[in-house]
Write a protein of this length. Structure first.
Length: 438
């Protein structure tokens, strides 16, 4: 039986026995591995140690049962917590607040069983990737290496670098990849350096198997800048280069709008109906609530500005890890998977917030960031003139981006540290708004 299926049987067993004692020894026997090998394999594939996973699932099921019955102590004991204090501490580590507060803030949903077999469809080994690459005539050494997202902080799960010349990518959004290809071709016509598909041996732009696409594109020269360079002595000059590059990209995207169909997003609607309510709850839950003036000022001022903001097709994921540099200059952009029609101010602001997410790892990073933000906006304005309403809207667009990101990260276990960082970022920006946005 394949490893994934064996581990799925372990997860199923854990799910059915959360109210009983579970040992790693018995789980290793179910998986047919030594205990040592099982523990390492579990962490690598599931993403956390087996004991932490069991505790997490017990907490999730316990709080749901408590929400239905109101019997906190009895339920905590039933799920293996020896004392109410033990359950309280474990719960607060997981959710940032007490069980009682969580129940007041949240409508608790019944936990869904983890389907590792379904998730495994997007997990490719290097051997599987190399086998898939035989569908293309590619030159050079086909060494498979990871790519990164979130400014280089997270390893990508669906994109790999193949040698120095190619990128291999997979995904389930087949309509989306067709739009990406159309955008790349339109930008190439307008002189932008972008990743375009390499035809297969049969002349196809990508392969479809089991409802997923597999594609190889050319790799853009260069690499994304490390955080130390973005925050270094030349940070203002580098920030201006980011802004100019985004401005030139927007000029090319505007010319390509008639050639490509993308989703038209109302950012204000997304924030008001989804991201803001989620942010209120999450910030309260994790003990970093924003004052009511933050929300009231946003609601009072941004809607009037929003309707006047210029809109066009944008990159939508213009974080620093998607902007390539070589020899001190921007060489191009990658990953147009999220491209949409939105306020054009989104992209330069998103680039700036991506850099801010690294500030905690840099000496005096937060103090240096306002200078970087101003540099990005200065560079962008030199290419695409910012209108008066856009200048006034800068803080609100950045707040919007943060609220959307915070809401998106709520249930994303892999980005737990990133979620914590973004909550801190939003509080810091609000508390330092005069320094950041004037």
């Amino acid at each position: 039986m394949p490893t994934i299926e064996l581990l799925q049987s372990v997860l199923d067993y854990i799910e059915e026995n959360l109210t009983t004692e579970i040992s790693t020894e018995e789980l290793a026997k179910i998986a047919r591995f030594s205990e040592y090998h099982f523990c390492h394999l579990f962490s690598d594939i599931v993403g956390m140690p087996v004991v932490a996973y069991i505790t997490k699932r017990r907490i999730q099921h316990a709080i749901y049962t408590i929400s239905q019955t109101g019997r906190m102590i009895d339920v905590a004991l039933a799920y293996g917590f020896e004392t109410h204090a033990g359950f309280y501490k474990a719960f607060k580590r997981e959710f940032g607040c007490s069980p009682s507060k969580f129940l007041k803030l949240t409508m608790v949903q019944k936990p869904r069983a983890v389907n590792l077999l379904e998730e495994a469809k997007i997990m490719l080994t290097n051997t599987q990737i190399k086998e898939m690459l035989t569908n293309w005539e590619l030159e050079g050494t086909l060494k498979v290496e990871p790519t990164f997202t979130a400014g280089g902080a997270m390893k990508a799960t669906s994109t790999w670098r193949i040698g120095n010349q190619y990128i291999f990518k997979t995904g389930g959004d087949i309509a989306g990849v067709r739009a990406q290809i159309a955008i790349a071709k339109a930008l190439a016509i307008n002189g932008m350096q972008v990743s375009c598909p390499i035809p297969t041996k049969k002349g196809e732009e990508f392969i479809i198997r089991d409802g997923r696409f597999y594609m190889v594109t050319n790799n853009i020269q260069g690499d994304f800048l490390p955080p130390q360079e973005r925050y270094g002595e030349n940070r203002s000059k580098i920030a201006v280069k980011y802004g100019k590059a985004i401005g030139k990209l927007h000029e090319a995207l505007l010319k390509a709008e008639d050639l490509v169909e993308v989703n038209d997003t109302n950012m204000l609607d997304v924030v008001m109906k989804w991201a803001m309510p989620c942010t209120r709850t999450v910030m309260e839950q994790w003990g970093c609530p924003l004052p009511e003036t933050f929300y009231s000022e946003y609601i009072k001022n941004f809607p009037k500005l929003y309707e006047k903001l210029p809109r066009q097709m944008i990159h939508r994921d213009a974080n620093p890890s998607n902007i390539m540099f070589e020899g001190g200059n921007v060489t191009g952009f990658i990953d147009f998977a999220l491209s949409e029609r939105n306020v054009r101010l989104f992209d330069p602001c998103y680039c700036a917030t991506g850099i801010l997410s690294e500030a905690g790892d840099i000496e005096d990073g937060f103090d240096k960031w306002p200078e970087i933000l101003k540099g990005i906006l200065k560079g962008y304005d030199e290419i695409v003139h910012l209108e008066n309403e856009e200048i006034q809207a800068i803080p609100y667009v950045i707040y919007s981006i943060q609220m959307i990101f915070i809401a998106w990260l709520i249930d994303n276990e892999a980005y737990k540290n990133c979620a914590l960082q973004n909550r801190k970022m939003l509080v810091w920006m609000w508390e330092n708004k005069e320094r950041c946005f004037q």
